[in-house]
Write a new protein. Structure first.
Length: 67
């Protein structure tokens, strides 16, 4: 399955949910992030149920505080 993640083409062996993908890259659940799929932001409670599809474009952005 081919995805575009943060602007980079990525190949996955099979289908997976957003949370499964995040776990596969070592995502720390304590870190605040935002996820958009095909330009639409999804809420954290949708990470488990949202299945990535071939050709999807996903942006994962880490929140950084500052002043």
């Amino acid at each position: 399955m081919r995805l575009i993640i943060n602007g980079k083409e990525t190949m996955l062996d099979g289908s997976m949910s957003v949370i499964e993908y995040l776990a596969s890259i070592g995502f720390d659940e304590q870190v605040s992030i935002a996820v958009a799929i095909n330009g639409e932001i999804i809420s954290k409670d949708q990470y488990v149920e949202t299945q990535l599809q071939d050709g999807d474009s996903m942006e994962v952005v880490r929140a950084i505080g500052g002043g």
